[in-house]
Design a protein around this ligand. Structure first.
Ligand code: SPV
Ligand code: MG
Length: 313
């Protein structure tokens, strides 16, 4: 059961599809570009939903950063799952979970898919790197998993899930293997049963993801993560034929900057007076916690209880 605080209709518009996976699938297949925002806890997921994002991205980078550890499979699958499930419980917006390289081999992927589906996650995304993965923007081991290993993981995920989207993430451009390798793998992952592809790039311009989209001849929706090529617009991505953009970490980065700035000024000034105008009022926190709804339900059930007790006298 989810708590729907949002009003968005999703990328598909009209009546929302029945399940979280259905809504994610509809967003990926809609004519307009779907937009996902990275989150690491229920509060940030609610902010993303309130801002109108179509999808919440359960970001491995954000979740590990919030735990104070590197994005390098330091956190285990149950910790990532708990975080993703917390997001899914807090919003109606479908949650697409970053599942790194699947937490191990095909057996881990099968267990992962069952576990994520049971906790209401709309989709899982696995990337074709070796375990333990390293964040794509870190220089170091970005070696790809052997093609047969990863194709087996995608097929295992596709055959295990009942109602969940399976995204295959291509890291060929990140690992320096080039466009031909990315395209070869895209074709194999499509045949393996992926529902969508994510093409990742760390270039400062979008040219290589544009080139991939133009050369890819398959039928799957293609997702991008415009972190480094941040000048790209929704309109451009839509015109180029992409299905979804994931803004993977901007909310976390803005909060780090805001918190650091305020903490420094409180120490320096010896008062909080000068920062007060920039802070969210307590009411905003109460609303995000659904405090008004809690008080309303309390009133309702306490008065219903009194009525029931009086009727028995
Ligand atoms: C994440 O948000 O954890 C991602 C995107 O996987 S990236 O950090 O760009 O690899
Ligand atoms: Mg990640």
């Amino acid at each position: 059961m989810t708590d729907n605080g949002g009003t968005g209709t999703g990328a598909a518009g009209g009546e929302p599809a029945a399940t979280a996976a259905g809504r994610l699938r509809a967003a990926l297949r809609a004519p307009r570009l779907a937009r996902a925002m990275g989150a690491h806890n229920p509060l940030s997921a609610r902010l993303a939903e309130e801002a109108g994002f179509d999808v919440v991205w359960s970001s491995g980078l954000e979740i590990s950063a919030a735990a104070g550890v590197p994005d390098a499979n330091i956190l285990a699958m149950p910790e990532c799952l708990d975080a993703a499930a917390g997001l899914a419980a807090a919003v109606r917006t479908p949650v697409l979970a970053d599942c790194d390289s699947g937490f191990g081999n095909v057996n881990n992927v099968i267990h992962m898919v069952r576990s994520y589906e049971a906790r209401g996650i709309a989709g899982v995304c696995i990337e074709d790197k070796r375990f333990p993965k390293l964040n794509s923007f870190i220089e170091g081991n970005q070696d790809l998993a052997p093609l047969d290993d990863f194709a087996g993981k995608i097929r295992a995920a596709a055959e295990t899930r009942e109602d969940m989207v399976v995204v295959a993430r291509l890291e060929a451009l990140i690992s320096g293997q080039g466009m031909d390798e990315a395209l070869r793998r895209a074709e194999v992952y499509e045949r393996a049963g992926a529902d969508a592809l994510l093409i990742h790039s760390k270039r400062k311009d979008p040219e290589e993801v544009f080139a991939f989209r133009a050369a890819y001849r398959g039928d799957l929706p293609v997702i991008v993560v415009p972190t480094t090529y941040n000048q790209v617009t929704v309109t451009e991505l839509e015109q180029r034929g992409f299905a979804m953009a994931i803004y993977a970490n901007q909310a976390l980065r803005s909060s780090i900057r805001a918190m650091r700035d305020v903490l420094t000024r409180i120490m320096r000034d010896g008062t909080t007076r000068h920062v007060e105008a920039e802070l969210a009022p307590l009411k905003e926190i109460f609303d995000l916690q659904r405090m008004p709804q809690m008080l309303e339900q309390q009133d309702r059930y306490e008065s219903l209880g009194r009525e029931l007790a009086e009727a028995a006298q």
